[in-house]
Design a protein around this ligand. Structure first.
Ligand code: AHM
Ligand code: MG
Length: 334
């Protein structure tokens, strides 16, 4: 079968055998994320009707209270994983603490924990701009048969077994890796099926797009300021183009296809940057490296950082390898 006709379901089945000692658990996990993505997509697509159907906090005609979309997405992803009982723990950008998942018959036998940002960039919803879901999967490190602990979630990003994102955009796409390259699937909304549309995605080594919130320029470290000026210089293939959606998955996705760099540096206002290491930076860094790109905090490889807190923030520079290395060189020099 040519790749054009391959569905995500078929792709997951075929690739299950790539894992040594595979029990199908990871495949079921990706399948439940696929399912929740379709449910959330349906709701996100209706967001513009909010004046007609009622805003968050209102009660609709059926007497059900309306939920904010990020809370809705959080519930749907968590429910999908709990209902199928295929993970042993979940933590989410929307939750204060991690959730232990178990049922009597399973007795803490599941292997994987999931870390999720259910609706990233949700401030874009009101203005009909793309938002995303970002997820990350690790094998637990505490013994099977016991409840998971925080330790299972605080693993360095290099230990991820899978990571991905969903973009609710002009098309809805699910892009993920299990450590064997990166593949992208586009939803055909008419029949509710994801098709393999972007096999073996890779960042071009170089690019000409830089994505950063330049409103914070005056607060950035000197190295980042100098790098931004470098991007703007009229020389050789520069100035680069500035593109910033303010929705990480979408900015990353465009840069992976066209070649570019995304930066959320530290600033005087946000001394550790804004993005969350566990829910945003680690999964994107894993995908970036699998797609031959690079991700760092300006000095250190993101995937080597040992997390200390569930909601830890970290400066984030990610994208085409030569561009990230150039930005790192500026950080080192200034
Ligand atoms: P969120 O998790 O509160 O939605 O914030 C994450 C988002 C990223 O998707 C995006 O790149 C960034 O925040 C935009 O932040 P800013 O508006 O400060 O530029
Ligand atoms: Mg977020």
């Amino acid at each position: 079968m040519s790749y054009q006709h391959k569905t995500l379901g078929e792709f997951i089945n075929e690739n299950q055998h790539a894992f040594k000692y595979s029990t199908g658990e990871l495949s079921s996990l990706i399948n439940s994320i696929r399912l929740a993505a379709k449910v959330v997509n349906h709701e996100v697509n209706k967001a513009g009707l909010v004046d007609i159907t009622g805003a968050a906090g209102d009660v609709n005609v059926q007497g059900e209270s309306q939920q904010k979309l990020d809370v809705y997405a959080n519930d749907k992803f968590i429910q999908a994983m709990i209902n199928r009982n295929i993970v042993c723990g979940i933590t989410s950008e929307e939750e204060d603490d991690f959730i232990i998942v178990n049922s009597k018959d399973k007795n803490h036998q599941n292997k994987y924990v999931v870390l999720i940002d259910p609706l990233d960039g949700s401030s874009n919803i009101d203005v009909n701009v793309s938002v995303g879901t970002i997820f990350s999967v690790y094998r637990r490190i505490t013994p099977i048969g016991t409840p998971v602990t925080k330790e299972d979630f605080l693993q360095a990003g290099k230990h991820q077994v899978a990571a991905g994102y969903i973009i609710y955009g002009t098309s809805t796409m699910l892009v993920y890796t299990t450590g064997h390259g990166v593949n992208g699937f586009t939803l055909n909304p008419a029949i509710g099926t994801f098709y393999l549309s972007h096999p073996d995605m890779e960042f071009p080594k170089d690019g000409n797009i830089y994505s950063v919130n330049e409103g914070n320029y005056l607060e950035f470290p000197e190295g980042i300021k100098k790098y931004i000026k470098y991007c703007q210089q009229i020389e050789e293939d520069r100035p680069y183009t500035s593109r910033y959606i303010g929705s990480l998955a979408s900015d990353f996705h465009r840069n992976m296809i066209k070649g570019g760099i995304y930066m959320y540096p530290k600033s005087t206002k946000n001394p550790n940057g804004k993005l969350r290491l566990l829910y945003e930076c680690n999964p994107m860094a894993f995908i970036a490296e699998q797609a031959k790109g690079k991700a760092s905090d300006g000095y250190t490889r993101i995937l080597d950082i040992n997390p200390t807190e569930l909601h830890q923030r970290v400066p984030f520079i990610c994208g085409s390898i030569n561009m990230v290395e150039k930005a790192e060189a500026f950080m080192k020099e200034f």
